[in-house]
Design a protein around this ligand. Structure first.
Ligand code: NAP
Length: 270
């Protein structure tokens, strides 16, 4: 029998994962079950992805070994109380809820043998370009971890880490899109201030950022080396970089990531 996968919560992130695992051929639509209270979300997922969506999570626990917990962190407690009796030792629970440690799930379920995987994805997963970090408890075998890894590879890049590093991941890639969006927004405004229309400025800013990332990836060169190549003596780029360094750009970026890491640690303590 083919393995089925279940999603509890059929929101934005679950949809991105469903789209990714179907597009990559990892799972077929008929092998995907969703439990979602919202009727319009169930209809949406069934009509777009041909998956089976239920109001109750019982069919998910009865038919799937791999179960993705894709509800908001604030509703997780209620969900775990509700499904406590349904979780069996063969289930592999994968949670994408931000901030909740593996011990939270084990304590709430009161089942120390539960196989638990915790993932920190980020929003570009919605367009299959996410960056996810995965950690597990000791009940999860290497083979079972590979199952989780394949799911997240369908929506972007994956790293496997000990759970202790997930706060750092939250500060870097989890919250990272917010920093990038802010930078792009500032770049667009800067273009407008210099006399470009907003539409032109937006087009140029977005392509500059995505093109630069592509160049970094494809050349394999260090960012400092590529920066060196666009700074001609006495030119415009080095003049602008001088301003950036005077305000301590590197230090600011390190500080913002560190503040997000610390906040993640605070939230994890409840
Ligand atoms: N979106 C992101 O970019 C992102 C990034 C990283 C991590 N995450 C994590 O991913 C998780 C899901 O986020 P999301 O953005 O996909 O949230 P979302 O769009 O709000 O989806 C959650 C869905 O779960 C449903 N739900 C609530 N309680 C349920 C229950 N007991 N059983 C079944 N379904 C239930 C909700 O229905 P109602 O709306 O009716 O309550 C909603 O449709 C969160 O824990 C979040 O921390 C998200």
């Amino acid at each position: 029998m083919r393995q089925k996968i279940g999603f509890i919560g059929g929101g934005q992130m679950a949809e991105a994962l469903i789209k990714g695992i179907i597009t990559s051929g990892l799972y077929k639509s008929e092998d995907i079950l969703v439990a979602e209270p919202n009727e319009s979300r169930r209809d949406h997922l069934e009509s777009i992805y041909s998956v089976k969506a239920h109001y109750s999570n019982l069919p998910v626990f009865e038919n799937c070994r791999v179960i993705m917990l894709a509800v908001k962190p604030q509703t997780m407690s209620m969900l775990l109380e509700d499904c406590q009796d349904r979780v069996q030792p063969q289930h592999i629970l994968i949670s994408i809820a931000a901030g909740l440690p593996i011990s939270f799930y084990i304590d709430k379920l009161g089942k120390p043998k539960t196989k638990m995987v915790r993932v920190m994805p980020n929003t570009p997963a919605l367009v299959l370009e996410g960056a996810s970090a995965i950690s597990r408890n000791l009940n999860v075998t290497d083979e079972e971890l590979r199952v989780a890894e394949e799911i997240f590879l369908a929506v972007g890049e994956v790293v496997i880490l000990d759970e202790v590093h997930l706060d750092a991941v939250t500060g870097l890639s989890g919250s990272g899109p917010a920093y990038v969006f802010s930078f792009v927004e500032a770049l667009i405004d800067a273009g407008v201030k210099s006399g470009l229309t907003r539409a032109i400025s937006e087009k140029l800013a977005l392509q500059t950022v995505s093109g630069s990332v592509k160049l970094l990836k494809e050349s394999g060169e260090h960012p400092a080396a590529l920066r060196g190549k666009v700074t001609s003596p006495g030119g415009t780029a080095i003049t602008a970089l001088h301003v950036l360094e005077k305000v301590g750009f590197h230090g600011i970026i390190m500080d913002i990531v560190e503040s997000a890491v610390n906040r993640s640690k605070e939230l994890g303590k409840g």
